[in-house]
Design a protein around this ligand. Structure first.
Ligand SMILES: [Ca+2]
Length: 320
C-alpha cells in the first residue's frame, strides 16, 4: 500500500472515531446495566485508540518540523523567495523570506501598507506578510539569535534613492521575560552605528512604555522599537515620517523610504564562545544604566540636519 493511501485510511479511521465519540449517546432508560457497561468499555477502547493515533500524528508532525531548516542559511539551495523554517527551540513552522545569500528577512518596509502601530503582544508574535511589509516577531527573533552566532544586516534606501547599510556581526534578542532586549556589536557599514544608542534596551510598543525617556517614545513615533531616549534609529515608525536613522558621519537624519532587516548565522568557526551572550548582556545593561544615570531629560544629543524635511520635523516633535 502506498504511503498516501495509508495516510488516507488513517484519516478516515480518525474521522469515524471522532464522529462516534462526539455523538451524544442516546441510551434508553430501559437499557440493561450489562449493556451500558459494554457500551462504556467500547467507548473507553475507542478513546484509547484515538489518543494513540493522535500521539502518532503529533510525532509525525514533530519529525517534519525537525527536518525544516532553523533559518535561511541552512537551506540546501539558496533561492530568493518564501521558505518554511523552524527557528531553534520553536516547535512550529514559520514562513519567511530568504534571499539568495542565505539571509533571513526579519523586517521589511517599503510602501506603508502594513500597520506598524501595534501592541507589544503583536510585536512579540509578528505581523504582516513575508512577501510584503513584515515584522517576523520578537519571539522569533529571540529564537533565531539564540545560537549566539547571528549577524544583523540593515539595508535602507532614502527618499533621494541613496542606499545605506548597517551591519552588526553580533545580534542577540533576549527572552520575553527579559523584554526582548537588544544586544548588538561590531558595527560596519556606511549608515553610522545609530542602533548602538538603543543598546541594551527592552522592546517598547504603543501599549507598553519600556524606554528610559520621560515621554512614551513608541506612542510618539507610532511603532514598536528598542527605544531609549527615544531613538537614533527607528525603522518601525510611522511610514514616510517616522522611519529614520541618524547618520553621525554627516550629522544628519536619513529619511528612510524602504528598509529591510536581515539575519544570518555566522560560520561556526567565527562564532563567539557560548558565554558571550551573557557578557554582551552585562555590558549592555551597564551601558544602559550609565545612560540612565547621566541623562535625566529627553535628549536630542545631536542637532538634526539644517535641511527642513518632514522626517526631521517629525523626529524633533517626537523627541521634545
Ligand atoms: Ca518612557
Amino acid at each position: 500500500m502506498t504511503r498516501k493511501k495509508q495516510q488516507q485510511q488513517q484519516q478516515k479511521k480518525l474521522k469515524l472515531w471522532l464522529s462516534h465519540l462526539n455523538k451524544p449517546h442516546k441510551r434508553a432508560h430501559h437499557q440493561k446495566p450489562q449493556q451500558q457497561l459494554t457500551d462504556l468499555r467500547t467507548d473507553n477502547e475507542l478513546a484509547e485508540t484515538l489518543v494513540a493515533e493522535l500521539e502518532n500524528v503529533e510525532a509525525q508532525y514533530e519529525a517534519i518540523v525537525n527536518k525544516l531548516p532553523q533559518d535561511c542559511s541552512e537551506l540546501s539551495t539558496h533561492v530568493d523567495g518564501l521558505h518554511l523554517i523552524a527557528p531553534a527551540g520553536q516547535h512550529h513552522p514559520l514562513m519567511t523570506h530568504c534571499n539568495a545569500n542565505g539571509w533571513t528577512t526579519v523586517q521589511r518596509r517599503f510602501d506603508g501598507s502594513a500597520d506598524f502601530n501595534r501592541s507589544w503582544a503583536d510585536y512579540a508574535q509578528g505581523f504582516g506578510t513575508p512577501s510584503g511589509e513584515y515584522w517576523i516577531g520578537n519571539e522569533q527573533l529571540h529564537h533565531l539569535t539564540l545560537n549566539n552566532c547571528t549577524q544583523l544586516r540593515i539595508q535602507m534606501q532614502d527618499i533621494y534613492d541613496n542606499n545605506w547599510v548597517a551591519e552588526y556581526k553580533h545580534f542577540y534578542i533576549s527572552s520575553r521575560d527579559d523584554g526582548y532586549r537588544l544586544h548588538i556589536g561590531d558595527y560596519s557599514g556606511n549608515a553610522s552605528d545609530a542602533l548602538n544608542y538603543q543598546q541594551g534596551m527592552q522592546f517598547s510598543a504603543i501599549d507598553d512604555d519600556r524606554d528610559i525617556s520621560q515621554t512614551h517614545c513608541a506612542a510618539n513615533y507610532e511603532g514598536g522599537w528598542w527605544f531609549s531616549h527615544c531613538q537614533h534609529a527607528n525603522l518601525n515608525g510611522r511610514y514616510n515620517l517616522g522611519l529614520t536613522w541618524f547618520d553621525a558621519g554627516r550629522n544628519e537624519w536619513i529619511a528612510v523610504r524602504s528598509s529591510q532587516m536581515l539575519v544570518k548565522r555566522l560560520p561556526s568557526d567565527v562564532c563567539a564562545p557560548s558565554s558571550s551572550n551573557e557578557a554582551a548582556a552585562a555590558a549592555a545593561a551597564a551601558a544602559a544604566a550609565a545612560i540612565a544615570a547621566t541623562t535625566t531629560t529627553t535628549a536630542t544629543p545631536v542637532v538634526p540636519s539644517t535641511r527642513p524635511t518632514t522626517v526631521v520635523q517629525f523626529v524633533a516633535a517626537a523627541q521634545a
